[in-house]
Design a binder for this molecule. Structure first.
Ligand SMILES: NC(=O)c1ccc[n+]([C@@H]2O[C@H](COP(=O)([O-])OP(=O)(O)OC[C@H]3O[C@@H](n4cnc5c(N)ncnc54)[C@H](OP(=O)(O)O)[C@@H]3O)[C@@H](O)[C@H]2O)c1
Length: 294
């Protein structure tokens, strides 16, 4: 039987509707409108699309939205000065620096310059540290979206053998910390794999929940999946496709056709984790606005 499809688009819409309601309550009870500033340095075309989408979503939500586009030659001091100014602006509750930044900049230092209270991307060491300690924190949007997908599609990670392939600071690592937390949607038994993991298939085949965050098209084959597992595909990869007008199509890190014959449930690409990331950014921004206005 083909796997149940976890519909990220529909779940993201439900999250967005709830976030809108919380934003409305904030406006009605405290007269505060959430504000998000996005900083983009240089003209990376993929980043430009992400930044546009974030600003568009903010506007749809009725948030104050600012996009600060700096020239690719901007200095560390110039970007840091902008962050300082945004940190002090009481109308802005969230600030994010679109990564990657040009090579001459120290992106980690710039992320650290953002006030932890306004770090809606959850990349600041204070937030990452709080996440690791099980304290309240801004959690990076993609891992938060993965957990939300699990919860809302009726998958309780508690106790489950959860194998995450990928240990990046934006996906694999924070997701492992999140799913390990002693709370609803947590308590998973987590194993994190990466490029040095030997016999990867032996581990992935034990997973009740398998998360692929690798960045390699259709890397996870059907034979690497335990029958009945829940498969979450974080990967977004462009592969050439001459039948498409654009000349490419998007595929995940999982061989979807093969996996859907074996898994109990699976996220598609596109339409799985992708829409959740922006929904959770809106969630974090409203949470920041509530916290800063209390
Ligand atoms: N849906 C969304 O909104 C969203 C958000 C973010 C990212 N993504 C997508 O998710 C994917 C991962 O992104 P990322 O930023 O986490 O990528 P990344 O920083 O490149 O990290 C990739 C991870 O995969 C591991 N890996 C690479 N080759 C491997 C192999 N052969 N076997 C086992 N592990 C291997 C790497 O191991 P090492 O650490 O040993 O190098 C690394 O930990 C990409 O396709 C990206 O586009 C999607």
């Amino acid at each position: 039987m083909a796997a149940r499809i976890i519909d990220g688009k529909a779940i993201a819409e439900a999250v967005i509707a709830e976030v809108k309601e919380k934003a409305q309550q904030l406006l009605e009870t405290r007269g505060v409108r959430p504000g998000l500033a996005v900083i983009m340095v240089g003209d990376n075309p993929a980043s430009a699309v992400y930044v546009r989408n974030k600003a568009k979503k903010c506007e749809e939500m009725g948030f104050l939205s600012q996009v600060h586009r700096l020239d690719g030659s901007a200095s560390q001091d110039e970007v840091a000065a902008l962050i300082e100014r945004l940190n002090r602006d009481a109308h802005l509750h969230g600030i994010l620096l679109q990564m990657p930044v040009p090579k001459h900049l120290d992106g980690a230092a710039l992320q650290e310059a953002i006030l932890p209270a306004k770090d809606v991307d959850g990349f600041h060491p204070v937030n990452m540290g709080r996440l690791a300690l099980g304290l309240s924190a801004f959690v990076p949007c993609t891992p938060l979206g993965v957990r939300e997908l699990l919860i809302r599609s009726g998958v309780d990670p508690s106790g489950k053998i959860t194998v995450i392939v990928g240990r990046s600071n934006i996906v694999g690592r924070p997701l492992a910390l999140l799913l390990m937390r002693k709370e609803r949607g947590g308590d998973a038994t987590v194993c994190v794999c990466h490029s040095r993991t030997p016999n990867l298939g032996n581990l992935t085949r034990q997973a009740d929940i398998l998360v692929a965050a690798i960045g390699s098209p259709q890397f996870i084959k059907g034979g690497m999946i335990k029958p009945g597992a829940v498969v979450i595909d974080v990967g977004i990869n462009r592969v050439e496709d001459s039948t498409k007008k654009s000349g490419y199509r998007l595929v995940g890190d999982v061989d979807y056709e093969a996996a859907s014959e074996i898994a109990e449930a699976i996220t598609p690409v596109p339409g799985g984790v992708g829409p959740m990331t922006i929904a959770m950014l809106m969630h974090n921004t409203v949470a920041a606005a509530w916290a800063q206005s209390s």
